[in-house]
Write a protein that binds this ligand. Structure first.
Ligand code: NAP
Length: 514
């Protein structure tokens, strides 16, 4: 019999209540765990984190917190095999697990190392120099950053059950704030396992990490003025949270990472046979199939010069034809299933909306051959390549959160920039060109609409981290549709959890605050 997931609150594992929901293996449909509909009282969870976790963390300096993260990352690395085995049940191949689990632990390690090198052995962070405010030099001002006194509440999406948690937990912990994590239902069992191993390590102060494995009822209402709220998920949920009376009314700092219709642009300087042509096609195919396209940064819009449409389509179709869909553990499988049947239904519905303005070029949303699994029980889907006219609206408005991408053509570089902007704000964009002038022009045109831009060509491809990988050192987030938030970006993310205060006084005193 499968176990009901438990929540970690007030420094102990607690049973949930209410009718539990079965969480199913993405490939076989077998039950993996049960998710209670209600968890322990969120208000008590947050209160305990505030009164126990907060003071314990604030008693440590930035340097001390960084050294805890370093040991924690090492500890979690020792459990990789166990995490990978459970991750496979979410539909993840080993390559997908590398992005979520290894990537999450790597993010923790980067924050540990940046914290140790770039933050002071102190609990206060000076923000900028002492600013003279008087003629005689006796009076000045300085900004200081101190830990907020609340909890860092983190609501995550199902597609990154490990990375999504650790990329938010690490900067909050460094800043001295206790984290309260609410994973998304479908993959909550993997987050629970990782939290279990974190708690067992005994490395964290009491109350520094809590976990709510249940529905969110009561969580937002428990927020107070010193808390923060970070969210990853759909734009519709982001809107609900942003306008929730507790969030808006108490001015709780809110960060959202939501939908994104990311693009990749092939430069007009590229010809078939150039290294950039192959790089472009390989990257699009990779982004469509890693995690079965359930990646917020995946390429949804493929922009190519008009005269390269046929060549790119042929090359892409050939690459997609090589994809082997099936059980993540089966030999030779290169793309696993979507996380569940409900999510596959949502992707099919989104494809139907796209199909009103786009034609299929490769794949059928209802037909797929699978290896090592029973098609009737797993959430399998073929990669789907669509083609739309540049006047079409749907590719710029509909996010099919699966292995789906739409090819569009452009005539001039300026038009490519305009088409990219129709996405209304994206997390990541890439420009594949060997021409620095074209790259520079597109970076300038795309920057206001993007959180991160990759310029890819033969000179950097060997070491490029790729279009879709959010790097802990760089900002992850995007304007407009993408949620308007910013995560990661090195110590910028730590600062997000600190409170900035302007202190005025004698310059000698202000100098001691550094
Ligand atoms: P979702 O339905 O918006 O859910 C996201 C999280 O919000 C889940 O933990 C969900 O809990 C919770 N939630 C839902 N309603 C809530 C409410 N009223 N109050 C508090 N919490 C609430 O999104 P999803 O289906 O999990 O994720 C897929 C979406 O996430 C895609 O659209 C994708 O674009 C986006 N995404 C964005 C990024 C990014 O970094 N920008 C990354 C990954 C995914 P339950 O699961 O318990 O309902």
């Amino acid at each position: 019999m499968t176990q009901a997931l438990r929540s970690y609150s007030e420094d102990r594992w607690q049973e949930g209540s209410g009718e539990p929901r079965p969480l199913l293996d993405a490939a076989t449909g077998d039950e993996v765990a049960l998710l209670p509909s209600a968890g322990p009282d969120p208000a008590a969870m947050l209160a305990y984190a505030r009164t126990h976790g907060g003071p314990a963390l604030r008693a440590l300096t930035f340097t001390q917190r960084a050294s805890v993260l370093k040991v924690l990352a090492k500890h979690l690395s020792g459990h990789l095999d166990e995490f990978a085995a459970l991750s496979a049940r979410t539909g993840a191949t080993r390559r997908d697990t590398a992005v979520d689990v290894d990537g999450g632990i790597g993010t923790l390690a980067v924050y540990a190392s940046k914290g140790a090198r770039e933050l002071p052995d102190s609990t206060v962070l000076a923000d900028g120099p002492v600013e003279p405010l008087s003629r005689g030099g006796l009076f000045a001002g300085r900004h200081v950053l101190t830990a907020r006194l609340g909890t860092a509440v983190q609501i995550n999406a199902y597609n990154f059950p490990v990375w999504g948690m650790l990329e938010k937990f690490a900067p909050a912990f460094l800043a001295g704030m206790p984290s309260v994590v609410k994973p998304a239902g479908p993959t909550a069992y993997l987050t629970e396992l990782v939290v279990r191993r974190i708690i067992e390590s005994g490395l964290l102060p009491e109350g520094a990490l809590s976990l709510l494995c249940a529905g969110p009822a009561g969580l937002l209402e428990a927020l107070t003025e010193q808390d923060t709220l970070a969210f990853t998920g759909s734009a519709a949920t982001a809107l609900k949270l942003r306008t929730h009376p507790a969030v808006a009314g108490r001015a709780v700092p809110f960060n959202a990472e939501a939908d994104s219709l990311n693009c990749s642009i092939l430069g007009p300087d590229v010809a078939p046979g150039d290294p950039e042509f192959t790089l472009f096609v390989d990257q699009v195919a990779e982004e469509m199939t890693v995690k079965a396209g359930q990646k917020c940064t995946a390429i949804r819009r493929i922009l190519v010069p008009e005269d390269l449409e046929v060549a790119v389509t042929d090359a892409l179709v050939a690459r997609l034809a090589e994809v082997v869909v099936g059980h993540p553990a089966a030999e030779g499988v290169t793309m696993g299933p979507l996380v569940g049947l409900a999510q596959r239904d949502e992707v099919r519905a989104a494809v139907a909306r796209l199909a009103s303005e786009a034609v299929p070029v490769f794949g059928d949303p209802d037909v797929v051959e699978v290896r090592g699994a029973d098609l009737a029980h797993g959430a399998f889907m073929s990669p789907l390549l669509l083609r739309a006219d540049s006047a079409a609206r749907a590719p710029h408005e509909v996010e099919a959160f699966g292995p789906v991408s739409t090819l569009l053509t452009y005539r001039t570089v300026a038009e490519a920039g305009e088409i990219a902007a129709r996405g209304g704000g994206s997390l990541a964009g890439s420009i594949v060109t060997a021409d620095q002038g074209i790259a520079g022009g597109l970076v300038t045109a795309l920057a206001p609409w993007h959180g991160r831009l990759l310029v890819l060509n033969r000179n950097n491809a060997a070491e490029s981290t790729g279009h879709g990988v959010a790097m802990p050192q760089l900002v992850h987030g995007g304007p407009g549709r993408a949620g308007g938030g910013e995560e990661l970006g090195g110590l910028r993310a730590v600062r997000h959890y600190l409170r900035r205060t302007a202190v005025q006084g004698h310059p000698d005193f202000l100098a001691t605050l550094a």
